[in-house]
Design a protein around this ligand. Sequence first.
Ligand SMILES: C[S@@+](CC[C@H](N)C(=O)[O-])C[C@H]1O[C@@H](n2cnc3c(N)ncnc32)[C@H](O)[C@@H]1O
Length: 249
Amino acid sequence: MLADQLLALLAQVFEPTSAAFIRHAGPESVKYAIDLGCGPGYATRMLADAFPSASVIGLDISNHFIRSARSREHATTRFYLHDVTGNPPPGPPADLMYARYLLTHISDPTVVVSRWLDFLSRDGRLLIEENQSIDTDNPVFVNYLDILTRMLVGQSNNLYLGPTVEELVNSAGLNCLIDQVTPVRVSDRDTATMFRMNIESWQHNPFILDNYSQRDVLSIMSALDSIRRADEVFSSITFNVRQFALGRS
Ligand SMILES: C[S@@+](CC[C@H](N)C(=O)[O-])C[C@H]1O[C@@H](n2cnc3c(N)ncnc32)[C@H](O)[C@@H]1O
């Protein structure tokens, strides 16, 4: 499925940044870790590799992703179908909870994030990664991001959740131990591949159908395809990833 391929590439692109962050921001001893909104389980595996003596579970609301994650289960990982906004997660209090690119799917993040902190062990950490901003002067990427941003505004949603997390941490008075922005330079080829796959999921959205012609959409798809096929590995885009480590109050 295209969504699996997209998340596989996303995991590969952000792995060095995320792995460095969880090693730096995670507690010294991790016996039990939870990957919230784990998708096909790539970040769950990253947690398992970073903390080899821990049991790590991945939770996701999608049956499809849980099946996909289970197909590459590892000795210390397990996956469960679970809505992370609902019942408490299975197992004991967690030493580490990790949520990457999940909060955009959650309608009341303030309540949900505060609640997750209750499921941590005493010195446990909740680590969150979201986009703060994206810098690029590549006209194809600028155009793509402009269309996506307009579409998300119409859905009261946002591509850049970093500032929203900052706001909720401050308004709820949460115990924020780390708040940093890490720039990730991504090749144009990988970016075009991710954006191209993503268009498949939103090209029939009512906002797109109402505001853009099929020609506009096909033209951006074809421009992304040309970048994807280019031989040289070049980068004209930086994803600025906001990284938060929260503890119990
Ligand atoms: C953009 S993907 C990120 C996947 C993974 N965290 C990563 O970084 O590779 C968001 C994931 O959150 C899951 N998700 C959305 N709402 C959820 C909820 N309420 N409970 C559990 N998972 C949820 C989606 O099914 C999807 O797999």
